[in-house]
Design a protein around this ligand. Structure first.
Ligand code: 0RA
Length: 679
C-alpha cells in the first residue's frame, strides 16, 4: 500500500481538520463532517469548474465525451493490469452514463496520510490524484495521462460511486465534486468485485450538449480492439438512439483478433493490398535487471494505393500526435526494408526514407508501458524516451522474420517502396530546378503511375475507375510501357457542365495534365505523352456509364485525340469459367452462355465466377485478359468525319442538359443499349 500513497498530501486548512476527522467512518447523519470537507473539496476542484477548458479542452460535445473516455480509461487500466475482465458501459436517459468494471475496486479504507478521508474520496476530490496512485499499482497505467476521475466528478452535477470489495458493497454520492453522502457500507456480496461510477455531466458547464450514442459506442469498440483481454458490454436506452442511427442498443465487444481485426474492419475487403497484413504482438525487451518493460502490438497493411494512415496508442489511449513509440515503429520498418534490400543487392534500397514507407501503409500501433509520459496541451503525444528503442528492437526482429519468411512478397514490397523513393527524388529534383527540366515530365499529377519509357509511340495510359482498380492495374501493367491513372468516382458530366465547372474539376485537370497535350484551344497533339489512351472501367453498368462520360469529355475537349485514333476502350471480362485447370473468360451474360455451351467439351462441373470490379480481379487475370498487348482486344473509339454533325447531335441528346432527349433514345433503343458504347 505505501507504494501507492507515497506522494506528499495536498495542503489542508487546519480549521477543516477537526470537523472532518470522522468523515470516512460510515456513520449516517454525520453531515457536519461533509459540510467541512465540502469547503475544502470545493476549493480543491474549483479551478476545474472555473476553467474546464484547461482540463478537458473545452465545454463542447467533444469535451463532454472526454469525461466518458476518462472514466473508461480507468476501468481499462484495471483490465490491462490483469485485474478486470469485463467492463459494462450503459447510457441512460437524463444523460447518465454508468461504467462498471470487475476489478479490485477503488480502495475504501482510510487514506494513510489523511486518516479522516477514504482513499476513494481522495481520488475523487483531489486534482491529479490519478498520478499519485500510479507506480506499482499498474504495470502499464494509462490513467496517468488522464485528467483523473476528480475532474469528471467536479464537472458532474451528480456522481454515484459503488465499490464492491472485500465482500462488501460501499456507496457514496457527489454533486459537482462535493460529497453529499458519507461513504457507506450498504450491503454484502459473496463474489462481486469492482468499481461502478455513474455520472451526469453538469448542464451548468456543458449546456445542452449530450452524449452521442454512436460516439460512445465507437469509443467502446476501439478500446475493445486495443485490448483483447477485455469484454466491453455496451447498452443504451433505445429512446436515445435517433432514427437512422444504426448504433446497437446492446452489444458485447470482444475482439480476440485485436488490432488486425480492427484494421481489416476499417480497410474493408476491397482494399488493394500489396501483401497480406503484417500483424502481431511481442514483449518489449526487458530491462537489464530482468524487469518487464511492457509490450507492443501492431497491424500493418502495405497499400498498393489509397490513403496512408497510422493510428497509435499508449496504454489504450490514442496518441494522434505520435511520439517515441511511432519513432521506433518507423525505424524498424525503414531499417528492416533497407536491410532486406542489402541482402537482395538492391542498391536503391539505401535511398528509402520513412516517408516512402509510411506513405504506403495503413497501420495501428499499440504499446503498453509503465509510467508513460505525454506531452502537449491535450497530451496527445508520447514522450517516454525509452519507448522508441524498445519498440524498434521488438518490431525490427519480427519484421525481419516476416520478410524472410516470404521472399517474393518481401521483394515486391521492396520494389514498391523503392519506386516511391524514386518518385520522391524525381519530384524534388523537379522542384529544385524548374527551368532546367522543361521536359515532358513536368507537373504530373500525384496519382499517376507513369511508365519508364518516354516515346509516345511506345507507351499507353490506362484510365481506371478508383484506387482499388488502380491498384490491380498497377500490378498487372508493364512498367516500361504502361502508365495508370486512377480517376475517382463518376467524373463530371461534361456535356452538361459549364466550361468553368469543367476547368475546375480536379479529376479532369489531372487527366489533361497526365496526357500532356492540353485541351480546348490550347490542345497540341504533338505533346501527347502516350500513343494510346485506354479507358478501362468495370464490365458493368456503372463502368459503362463512366466510360461514356469520359468519351463525352474527350469528344468535347480533345476531339483531335479521337480523330487521330488515340482513344480506346479496354474490354475486361465479367466472368471467368473454370473447369479443372482450364479457364475461359466471358465479356457479358450472353458471351458466358455461349461459351458454357461451346467451350467445354467434357462433362465435369464448371465454376463460374463473376468479377465484381477490376479491383477484385487478380492482377494476373487482368493482365492476361485486358492489358497485355499480345492477348487483349481493344476497341478504338471513332467519330467518322463525314458524320460529325450526327455524332454531335447524338452526344448532345444522350449526355446533354435535356433529359427528355436521353429518355427518348433509351426508349427507342431499349433492346440494344450495348450500342451506346459504339460512339
Ligand atoms: C487505486 C488503487 C487500486 C485500485 C484502483 C485505484 C482502481 C481504480 C479504478 C478506477 C476504475 N476502476 C478502478 N479499479 C481500481 C489498487 C487497490 C488494491 O491494491 O487492491
Amino acid at each position: 500500500m505505501s507504494d501507492l500513497f507515497s506522494e506528499p498530501p495536498p495542503p489542508r486548512k487546519p480549521a477543516a481538520k477537526p470537523a472532518a476527522a470522522s468523515a470516512t467512518k460510515p456513520e449516517a447523519g454525520n453531515t457536519q463532517a461533509y459540510d467541512a470537507s465540502a469547503i475544502e473539496v470545493l476549493e480543491g476542484l474549483e479551478p476545474v469548474r472555473r476553467r474546464p477548458g484547461m482540463y478537458i479542452g473545452g465545454t463542447d460535445e467533444t469535451a463532454l465525451h472526454h469525461l466518458a473516455a476518462e472514466v473508461l480509461d480507468n476501468a481499462m487500466d484495471e483490465a490491462v493490469a490483469g485485474h478486470a475482465s469485463t467492463i459494462d458501459v450503459a447510457l441512460e436517459p437524463g444523460n447518465k452514463l454508468t461504467i462498471r468494471d470487475n476489478g479490485r475496486g477503488i480502495p475504501v479504507d482510510p487514506h494513510p496520510r489523511f486518516p479522516d478521508r477514504s482513499a476513494l474520496e481522495v481520488i475523487l476530490t483531489t486534482l491529479h490524484a490519478g498520478g499519485k496512485f500510479s507506480g506499482k499499482a499498474y504495470a502499464t497505467s494509462g490513467g496517468l495521462h488522464g485528467v483523473g476521475s476528480s475532474v469528471v466528478n467536479a464537472l458532474s452535477s451528480r456522481m454515484d460511486v459503488e465499490i464492491a470489495r472485500d465482500r462488501a458493497i460501499w456507496q457514496q454520492a457527489y454533486e459537482r465534486g462535493i460529497p453529499v453522502t458519507p461513504l457507506e457500507k450498504t450491503g454484502a456480496t459473496q463474489n462481486r468485485r469492482g468499481t461502478q461510477i455513474s455520472f451526469i455531466p453538469d448542464t451548468q458547464i456543458f449546456g445542452t450538449h449530450a452524449f452521442v450514442p454512436a460516439r460512445l459506442y465507437k469509443l467502446c469498440r476501439s478500446k475493445a480492439f486495443l485490448f483483447r483481454g477485455v469484454t466491453i458490454r455496451w447498452s443504451c436506452d433505445p429512446s436515445l438512439i435517433k432514427a437512422g442511427d444504426d448504433t446497437p442498443t446492446e452489444a458485447v465487444l470482444h475482439f480476440p483478433g485485436g488490432l488486425a481485426d480492427s484494421l481489416t474492419d476499417e480497410l474493408g475487403p476491397k482494399a488493394p493490398l500489396l501483401t497480406p497484413l503484417w500483424a502481431g504482438d511481442a514483449a518489449l525487451p526487458p530491462a537489464a535487471d530482468g524487469t518487464d518493460n511492457g509490450r507492443v502490438e501492431w497491424a500493418v497493411a502495405f497499400l498498393e494505393s489509397g490513403t496512408a494512415a497510422l493510428a497509435s496508442y499508449c496504454n489504450t489511449i490514442p496518441t494522434p500526435q505520435g511520439g517515441t513509440h511511432e519513432t521506433g515503429f518507423r525505424n524498424a520498418l525503414v531499417k528492416g526494408l533497407r536491410a532486406w534490400g542489402d541482402q537482395r543487392s538492391a542498391k536503391k534500397a539505401s535511398s528509402i526514407t520513412a516517408e516512402d514507407v509510411l506513405g504506403s501503409i495503413a497501420a495501428k500501433l499499440s504499446v503498453f508501458i509503465r509510467d508513460p509520459q505525454f506531452q502537449g496541451q491535450t497530451k496527445e503525444k508520447l514522450t517516454s524516451n525509452e519507448a522508441s528503442k524498445l519498440v524498434e528492437t521488438a518490431l525490427r526482429d519480427r519484421f525481419d522474420h516476416w520478410l524472410a519468411q516470404n521472399p517474393p512478397q518481401a521483394d515486391s514490397l521492396l520494389a514498391f517502396v523503392i519506386e516511391r523513393a524514386e518518385e520522391r527524388i524525381r519530384r524534388r529534383e523537379q522542384k529544385d530546378t524548374p527551368r532546367k527540366s522543361a521536359t515532358r515530365r513536368l507537373r504530373l499529377p500525384g496519382k499517376l503511375t507513369d511508365c519508364t519509357r518516354e516515346r509516345a509511340e511506345e507507351t499507353e495510359i490506362f484510365l481506371v475507375e478508383g484506387d482499388s482498380a488502380g491498384g490491380s492495374a498497377k500490378q498487372a501493367r508493364n512498367r516500361e510501357t504502361q502508365a495508370v491513372l486512377p480517376l475517382r468516382g463518376k467524373i463530371l458530366n461534361v456535356a452538361s457542365a459549364t466550361t468553368e465547372k469543367l476547368r475546375a474539376n480536379q479529376e479532369l485537370k489531372d487527366l489533361i495534365e497526365a496526357l500532356g497535350c492540353g485541351s480546348g484551344d490550347r490542345f497540341d497533339l504533338s505533346k501527347l505523352r502516350y500513343g494510346r489512351v485506354i479507358i478501362m472501367t468495370d464490365a458493368d453498368v456503372d463502368g459503362a456509364h463512366i466510360a461514356s462520360l469520359l468519351m463525352t469529355f474527350f469528344y468535347r475537349e480533345l476531339p483531335e485525340l479521337i480523330r487521330n485514333g488515340h482513344l480506346y476502350l479496354a474490354q475486361p471480362p465479367l466472368y471467368r469459367l473454370t473447369q479443372g485447370a482450364r479457364s475461359v473468360y466471358a465479356m457479358d451474360d450472353a458471351d458466358r452462355e455461349r461459351k458454357l455451351k461451346t467451350e467445354f467439351k467434357s462433362k465435369g462441373k464448371i465454376d463460374v465466377s463473376r468479377f465484381k470490379g477490376l479491383g477484385e480481379m487478380p492482377p494476373a487475370d487482368l493482365k492476361e485478359t485486358t492489358m497485355d498487348p499480345n492477348r487483349r482486344t481493344l476497341l478504338r473509339v471513332v467519330a467518322p468525319p463525314e458524320d460529325r454533325l450526327a455524332t454531335r447531335e447524338r452526344v448532345e441528346s444522350l449526355m446533354g442538359r435535356k433529359p427528355e432527349l436521353r429518355f427518348a433514345f433509351i426508349q427507342e433503343h431499349a433492346q440494344s443499349v450495348g450500342e451506346l458504347l459504339d460512339v
